[in-house]
Each structure stands twice: as C-alpha cells, then as structure tokens.
Design a protein around this ligand. Structure first.
Ligand SMILES: [Zn+2]
Length: 143
C-alpha cells in the first residue's frame, strides 16, 4: 500500500472540542464535568468515525488493514478510559453534594428544634436560658 494513500485517509477531522472546554470555566464544577464528559463522548464518536472511514477506504481499494490502524483503536481505548474516569469523577462529586446537602438539612433541623425548645418568661416574654430559675428581666420564677 502506498504511503500517500495512508496519509490521505489519515487526515484528521478537526472539531471545536478544545474551545468548548475553555468556555466552561464559568460553570459550576458539576456543569463543567458534564461538559467535559460530553466533549469526551464526542471525541470517542469522532475517533470511531475516523477509524471506520479509514477501514472502509482500505476495503474499497481491496487493501489489507495496515498495523497503523491499531493506533487508532488504541486512541479509541484511551478516550474510552477518560470517559470512565470522568463518569467516576461525576459520581464522586454527586455523592459529595448529596452528603453536604444531608448535613445541611440535619443542621437546619437541629437549629429549628433548638429554637422551638427555647423558653420564654410567662410574665414579660423575655427569653430564658435553660439554667434560669428566675427571669433576668422581671424576676418572675420560671415554672
Ligand atoms: Zn420576665
């Protein structure tokens, strides 16, 4: 097979993937991870398309697949690995967010309970501390 044919069918398809990642700085971490995942999934699709295009071009001219095609398959594997890593990163962040939200709700509930438990003087309405025996404002005995 001629070197020319190979380099001709090896021309890569350019995309705006890099630009897309640059523009995600403003988003939340989760939003950014999801855009990165989408970018990787696009990359995988692009690589598979490229491998398919090359393999089909060779099939059309009746040429056996060259060993270089394995590099393209490896590139797909590499992208696949990065997609898996990105998914794990998203799962970890999701769990982190959920744990933080649960802790926040717990603290909110505790604060509410504490506010409800707080006693007030039956005479003047001043707030009482749990240790108060007499109201610090009007001297009424705490019941
Ligand atoms: Zn009082």
């Amino acid at each position: 097979m001629s070197k020319d044919l190979w380099s001709k069918i090896s021309q890569t398809i350019k995309t705006g993937a890099e630009t897309l990642v640059q523009e995600t700085k403003e988003l939340t971490k989760m939003g950014r991870l999801k855009v990165e995942l989408m970018t990787l999934e696009n990359e995988r699709g692009r690589r598979l398309q490229e491998v398919g295009r090359k393999a089909y071009a060779l099939y059309r001219v009746g040429t056996a697949f060259p060993p270089e095609l394995a590099q393209d398959f490896q590139a797909v594997d590499e992208t696949e690995k990065r997609i898996e890593e990105k998914n794990l990163e998203i799962e970890a962040l999701k769990a982190e967010d959920e744990a933080r939200e649960a802790a926040r709700l717990e603290a909110e509930k505790a604060a509410e309970k504490e506010a409800q438990a707080k006693a007030f003087c039956s005479q003047c309405g001043a707030g009482l501390r749990p240790t108060d025996v007499f109201c610090s404002q009007c001297g009424t005995k705490v019941e």
